[in-house]
Design a protein around this ligand. Structure first.
Ligand code: SF4
Ligand code: SF4
Length: 104
């Protein structure tokens, strides 16, 4: 396992400046993963608008905006999307559990 330093052990000046988030795949921080149930989704786009990382993706089909996948490389697993979804289409699951399911 990689030996990562804790924030207090980092030298002053280690914190990256603003505007660099696209270069840093912050999704590795999360311990929970939002799992989207496409069948339940009514494409209200509330999660899209509320996600603080802007990692819920969408596309326009026949003039209507549709929610698509979640960019997990940047998702921090905060759970806001699951909280705001009016139809319970997003469930927060343990990242380790999801990783195991994806390997099957
Ligand atoms: S868990 Fe947080 S960061 Fe991840 S998609 Fe949902 S709102 Fe965005
Ligand atoms: S908030 Fe729920 S219903 Fe609305 S777009 Fe997101 S997943 Fe779909």
């Amino acid at each position: 396992m990689e030996n990562k330093k804790k924030s207090k052990e980092l030298p002053i000046g280690s914190i990256l400046p603003g505007g660099t988030s696209t270069k840093n795949k912050t999704g590795s921080w999360k311990d929970k993963v939002p799992v989207w149930d496409e069948k339940k989704c009514i494409h209200c786009m509330i999660c899209y608008n509320k996600c603080p990382e802007n990692c819920i993706l969408a596309q326009v089909k026949a003039g209507k905006i549709k929610r698509t996948k979640t960019d997990l490389e940047y998702c921090k697993g905060c759970g806001i999307c699951a909280k705001v979804c009016p139809v319970g289409a997003i469930t927060m699951k343990d990242a380790s559990e999801v990783e195991k399911e994806n390997k099957k």
